[in-house]
Design a protein around this ligand. Structure first.
Ligand code: MF3
Ligand code: CO
Length: 251
């Protein structure tokens, strides 16, 4: 069942999502050669708690940190630890915050120092694929209209979309119905209605879309070792243009 949020609930969601977006921005600003991923996790954790919110991911199904930090060929769910970021890395940061009963969820890939032109193009195409997708995130369209638009844009740029993980509804629970795949033919899946809130999150690989999960049960890497990027926002469906909730003024 897909929850439709009323104005009062949306008001709380907007606040949760603002904190989440600010946490993503903080993590992005910290990405630089010489910092460990654990240092970023700690700063983001402390920031979220200081806002009176809770890190959505901490202890979620046993996840041990507040942020997922996925470097280079790591697609998603990288666990922060002792790894020291180095010049040329691409660093995907995924964060969630729970505030007044609702979750925000967003991600982005940041360059560490100077990166290759190829890596930058992967980041740019991944981000733009989200915006191609949300052209269809409106009442009257169906979920797979978003999926198809993301896939078409990514593949026309020579990359692949991850199949094994998908976007999702988000609200009182971090993961709610419906699933929002980043691939598929248009015209399928649930109809979009005003008041639905979706986490739309293309995960884009340089090479094959195939991924594997490491023995820690979380870290998900490309099976060919090539780069991967991620971009995600929590989006409100309206009867007009979609409202991106994980934004902060000026960013
Ligand atoms: N943002 C991720 C997602 O969309 C959540 C990470 S799962 C966690 O599904 F366990 F790491 F929290
Ligand atoms: Co998500």
């Amino acid at each position: 069942m897909i929850y439709i949020k009323n104005e009062q609930e949306l008001d709380a969601m907007r606040q949760a999502c603002k904190i989440t977006a600010a946490a993503r921005a903080l993590a992005g600003e910290m990405v630089r050669p010489g910092i460990t991923t654990k240092q970023i996790d700690k700063a983001v954790h402390d920031f979220i708690v200081k806002q009176g919110a809770k890190p959505s991911f901490l202890h979620y199904h046993g996840y041990p940190a507040s942020v997922c930090i996925s470097v280079n060929d790591t697609v998603i769910h990288g666990i922060p630890g002792g790894y020291t970021l180095k010049e040329g890395d691409i660093v995907s940061v995924d964060v969630g915050a729970y505030y007044k009963g609702f979750h925000g969820d967003c991600a982005a890939t940041f360059p560490c120092g100077r990166i290759s032109a190829d890596a930058q193009r992967l980041i740019d195409v991944t981000r733009q694929s989200f915006f191609e997708g949300i052209k269809f995130a409106k009442q009257g369209h169906r979920v797979s209209d978003i999926s198809h638009a993301v896939q078409a844009y990514v593949e026309s740029n020579g990359y692949s979309v991850v199949r094994a993980f998908v976007g999702h509804g988000v609200g009182a629970q971090l993961h709610e119905a419906p699933e929002v795949p980043n691939f598929g033919t248009a015209g399928h899946g649930p109809r979009l209605l005003k008041g639905m809130t979706l986490a739309i999150e293309p995960m884009v690989n340089e090479g094959t879309y195939d991924v594997r999960v490491l023995k820690d049960g979380w870290t998900t890497v490309t099976s060919d070792g090539k780069l991967s990027a991620h971009y995600e926002n929590t989006v409100l469906i309206t009867d007009g243009e979609p409202e991106i909730l994980t934004v902060i003024e000026g960013l």
